[in-house]
Ligand binder design. Sequence first.
Ligand code: FE2
Length: 609
Amino acid sequence: MNILGFSAYYHDSAACILSDGEIIAAAQEERFTRKKQDSCFPEHSIRYCLHEAGKRMDQIDEIVFYEKPLLKFERLLETYLAFAPGGFASFATAMPSWLKEKLFLKKTIEDEVAAHFGQFSAPIRFTEHHQSHAGSAFFPSPFEEAAILCLDGVGEWATTSAWSGRGSTITPLWEIRFPHSLGLLYSAITYYAGFKVNSGEYKVMGLAPYGRPTYMKTIYDNLVDLKPDGTFRLNMDYFDYCTGLTMTNERFHTLFGGPPRQPETHLTQKDMDLARSIQEVTEEIILRLCKALHKDTGASDLCLAGGVALNCVVNGKILRESPFRRLWIQPAAGDAGGAVGAALCSWHEFHKQPRKPKGGDSMKGCYLGPEFSNEEIALFLKKRGIPAEFMQNDTLFPTIARCIADEKVIGWFQGRMEYGPRALGARSIIGDARSPKMQSVMNLKIKFRESFRPFAPSVLRERVNEYFELDVDSPYMLLVADVQPKRRIPVREDQQKLWGIDLLNVPKSDVPAITHVDYSARIQTVHRETNPRYHRLIKEFEQISGYGLIVNTSFNVRGEPIVCTPEDAYRCFMRTEIDTLVLGNYVLQKNAQPQTSRDDSWKKEFELD
Ligand SMILES: [Fe+2]
């Protein structure tokens, strides 16, 4: 049985195909259309998934959409009525698209599928938004039984939901409903600190260690009424997302002493303190929720999904401080993951198919997207007249490991593209974690982004505990842990006065490129079973350098979706100061490429994130 799951029309459209319950392919639409978080009908992703599964649309048995449009409409309508007439502006903005297409979504989907893929007979089903998240968290997990916590901005009504997963069923336990939303609270501060909602939340998390939690009391006294069990209510007097077109209102701005920071302007200590405060509030709320959920369910393991589950600092805390023994997080925790969740919910819950968790999870390392063979790469290079050298594996791996040790920046393009927001060694830019200049080179000359943002390490699974205070799998870069104390460089007396961004240039460990100012790191463990080529590369690097880890950042520039094809990779290579590009077994050196005139106009192509 072939089930097509998809998410769309909000943000981050994606599609997935299950064949007899096995995830065959999954991809986000943005990677094909090159439009970040593209929310269109995922035509390209569906086409790719069908191709990978070797199926035509008329061979698909069922199509499942990741949320219920009528419930969502009900939420919009009721919110409007509750706040009427205040919310007319946002109501009037949202209504035309609802009345035209979203309210009759089943018809819209039928029309889109038929227009792009011809006749089909598959029924179209709908799962609830948080059901999709919960399904995506539990069904692919390695656990036979677990508690499930979903945290996001909002779908239909639920913003936080708790479930119990057992075998092939997930049972809802309780939920917190809109407008009381931890995701939207975090987004409100993100907006106020001058970052973009729905993508800038990572930046707030990255900025938090530079700040002090000085606004926590203000947040608890005015914005959030937090109960001992972690449930909460927001004081809507301070937020504008129910009635207006922005997140926060004048009262909020007065409370925090001024208007929101203008995007791209200088970051101040206040922004960093706000970031630290909201991060700590979020941690406290989630830890309380976890304790309550553990008590309710008696489960020893926890699964997480929803956009807030991408907050890997919180995840690390859950692992260390919550009563749960093990933790598994859906790597595509945001709405893109709803495509996988919806399809799996249908397979296990509607069709009552059993689930057989094996040792690892069933996400296949997240390498679920398109791949390009050496032959296809050769054809591309030849067509474009691009100079490149083919290397057999025995030469390729030591050569690239040597380049890394020589502080070169490498574009690493191998195998199937990752599903979800993280690059995990299939579409990655990599470098030497020991290099003191690597963080600023990568930030300023490669990614063209704010210099405070730290990079993540890819570390051999078998070595993770030598570098970090962590000894579990973290294949999806969703856990933060501290660098081992023996590797840390103590802050000198004259540096102790430094605060905020000035801390950035103080080396923190023997792997400074991946050590954040608070000695933490966002860790990806690399496993031979799921990515043998990446594992082999790091192993070769270890032989040269004695270090079994490298820096890994996503293969893109700021605001651009992660590269998908060799063409995308080459374009990014030529626009940045990446030294060497590896496409499969082909090695391209920057200094051997034809001179292209330096032109910054391309920076306008991608809207800043
Ligand atoms: Fe969501």
